[in-house]
Write a protein that binds this ligand. Structure first.
Ligand code: SF4
Ligand code: SF4
Length: 301
């Protein structure tokens, strides 16, 4: 089905994805010991959803019956303009604009519609952060990047500022070549991480990661880590900012991901003075909304 592969790839790139790759639905059974050990030693801290659906994550055929191929898609979110960090609290670049789930889901659904229009007998299902597929593993298998020492997918030509989407399909599509590791002797991310969350290369200590603490943790941020947040109040890009491959990041072209004028103007005193109605207005379509006003303010009050 090489015609179908070219059709899908061309349409994916036309619709705004930066990279699109393909692989066969081979078993991920070899990852079972790692995941079992990870859950057993409570590596997932409070992310309880990681305890369920392990069978489905290891076997996409349980998610979409008859899955033969996996398609990985990367959507660039590196912003054309960085919000000033001086005298400011910092949010991760992926959260500058509209919630990416909305944008990605709509683009993936369009691509699935295109696939079904091209071949009416195709079954396909799309995923963005669903907890049902191992996005990073599939992105590497599809040749789009490797999982770096900071545990993120690094694309050799454009770095790591990408959202990952996955499509499972029963179409049998010729696979691409999996990507290999190109971190080499670099250890920039490990050295730059303010909390030591990458002290074991290629493994994230989730509980020490600023992203987890400022976004996922519903309890108080431990005092020892609070003093290391480096003004981050929603997410943390430090281990990406220092990655040499991100010197080649292309600027995204999505107006949806641009920050509002209100967000760009905020400085520390404005964050401190922000009221709940202000928060709801500024972050109406933003991923930041999901932490809520009170949890956001934990990071600096
Ligand atoms: S996101 Fe920040 S805290 Fe988490 S591993 Fe990267 S540098 Fe460390
Ligand atoms: S900073 Fe260096 S070690 Fe870390 S992910 Fe990038 S290339 Fe790999």
């Amino acid at each position: 089905m090489s015609d179908l592969k070219e059709l899908i790839k061309t349409e994916a790139l036309r619709s705004g994805f930066a990279h699109c790759g393909f692989t066969r639905n081979d078993t991920l059974e070899h990852l079972r010991p790692f995941y079992s050990g990870f859950i057993r030693r409570n590596g997932h801290v409070t992310l309880k959803y990681l305890e369920s659906n392990i069978e489905k994550r290891l076997n996409p055929g349980l998610v979409l019956e008859g899955t033969k191929s996996v398609i990985a898609l990367l959507m660039n979110y590196y912003p054309p303009e960085i919000i000033p960090q001086e005298d400011n609290f910092i949010i991760a670049k992926y959260a500058y604009g509209m919630d990416y789930h909305l944008v990605m889901r709509s683009k993936i659904n369009e691509l699935i519609g295109f696939m079904k229009n091209s071949r009416s007998d195709i079954q396909a299902k799309g995923f963005v952060d669903s907890g049902l597929v191992l996005e990073k593993t599939w992105a590497q298998q599809c040749g789009l990047g490797w999982q770096g020492k900071n545990t993120l997918i690094i694309n050799k030509s454009e770095g790591s500022f990408f959202f990952i989407g996955i499509i499972l399909t029963d179409a049998d599509i010729e696979p691409d070549t999996p990507e290999t590791d190109h971190c080499g002797s670099c250890s920039n991310c490990i050295e730059a991480c303010p909390t030591g969350a990458l002290s074991t290369p290629y493994q994230l200590d989730i509980g020490r990661c600023i992203s987890y603490q400022t976004i996922e943790n519903r309890e108080d941020i431990p005092e020892e880590l609070k003093s290391k947040l480096s003004n981050r109040i929603y997410g943390c890009d430090i281990c990406q900012d220092v990655c040499p491959y991100n010197r080649f990041a292309s600027l995204h072209q999505f107006t949806e991901f641009l920050p509002s004028e209100q967000l760009k103007k905020l400085r520390k005193k404005d964050w401190v003075a922000m009221t709940e109605p202000d928060f709801n207005r500024i972050f109406v379509d933003s991923p930041v909304k999901r932490v809520g006003f009170h949890r956001l303010k934990r990071g600096f009050l």
